[in-house]
Design a protein around this ligand. Sequence first.
Ligand code: ZN
Length: 452
Amino acid sequence: MIDPRSYLAEHRGAQLEELFNLLRIPSVSAVAAYRSDVRSAAEAFADLMRRSGIEQVGLHETSGHPVVYGEYLHSPTHPTVLVYGHYDVQPPEPLNLWHSPPFEPEVRDGKIFARGATDDKGQITMHLLVAGAMISLGILPVNLKFLVEGEEEVGSLHLADFIATHKDLLAADYVVISDSTMLRPGVPALCVGLRGLAGLELRLRTGAHDLHSGNFGGAVPNAAHALVELLSTLHDSEGRVAVDGFYDDVVDLTPAERRAFAALPLTDREFLDQAGAYSLYGEGGHTTLERVWTRPTLELNGIWSGFTGEGRKTVIPCEASAKITCRLVPYQDPAKVLAAVTNHLRSHCPDSAQLEILDPSGVPAFLAPPGHPALRAAEQALREAYGHEPDIIRMGGSIPVVTAFQELLGLPTLLMGFGLPDENLHAPDEHFSLENFSLGMLSLWRFWQLAA
Ligand SMILES: [Zn+2]
């Protein structure tokens, strides 16, 4: 019987060498000058997959950077898991703020410093190393498919196309992604929910052209006034969205969920400090974490009208616009929310103005299916590896690939991230904790055993 803890510890040197080789390649997807480096990184990941015993390994061309795919399918009666990650990184600038060069990985204070260390080369490499170890020992009990893309940092421009045209290749029981963070050191985290998004732009017109406020002021409507009046109807005085039907499909948290969130260590003070906001705000009856993780919102992202230049211009604007987005929660249908917001805007629009709605679009929220066996297996694996009950968390944002897996492949995603919130991802001195590199691999090893 192999003890994974000692096996992984014995091979630590070789594991770090593999990771460092990948971290040395400046695969900056956003900058054209790095194009051949991005490809080299794809080839290096494919090479590591092949040497790990993963099969059908290859680069799949897209209109942008290639996708690396490989699989190991030898347990017909056990689940097939699609593991997603990305081999591209953010630009390293500003270089003068790094304490060691971004593409010359270095270990200091128990941390691996390099661009991509935590986001996401370190985390996806852990998956490949664990799969490789278990394959070489003949003990990998699940079927794995690896999808490692090179455009995550530029918005996964061609990934949805790739998924849509490779549905059979990517068919699986669920997806696992390690590209996110834990809440705090020493405590593993499992993210089970993400909010969705729905947005539109609105334009009000009150006449054919702008007017002189001396000649016409007081006798014609002002589009900016109409916009302010309309937008002020979107929330009530308790911070709730005042759109009819907006909360119809929102499911209340269970008492157990509320207790679990309340037990997490983030205080309002810390949250306020992170935000740099002057005060907290939000829907009454909910804590801060509940507000950002589990409640829907409607935000004005921008409003514009009339004259905003230097000095003074006595104009009555005939046009005024706003951009609105809503964060959605599980079970809300983006189309239904957009229809409710549109209805509200139409029925509250002042008679003096004509309303036009532009570019409505949205993506639903994500919730890992409660009670899914993979969730229970992941919780147990994390608990055993870290010796601590995992934080069950959600995130307030959206992850487009999670939506794509849900919409295009019908697959739920397990977000098992091993980064820490202060590891400077996208910033100078990006790093990844050696402890999480080790305990993360141990967790994945146990996870595959428990998930079989
Ligand atoms: Zn990432």
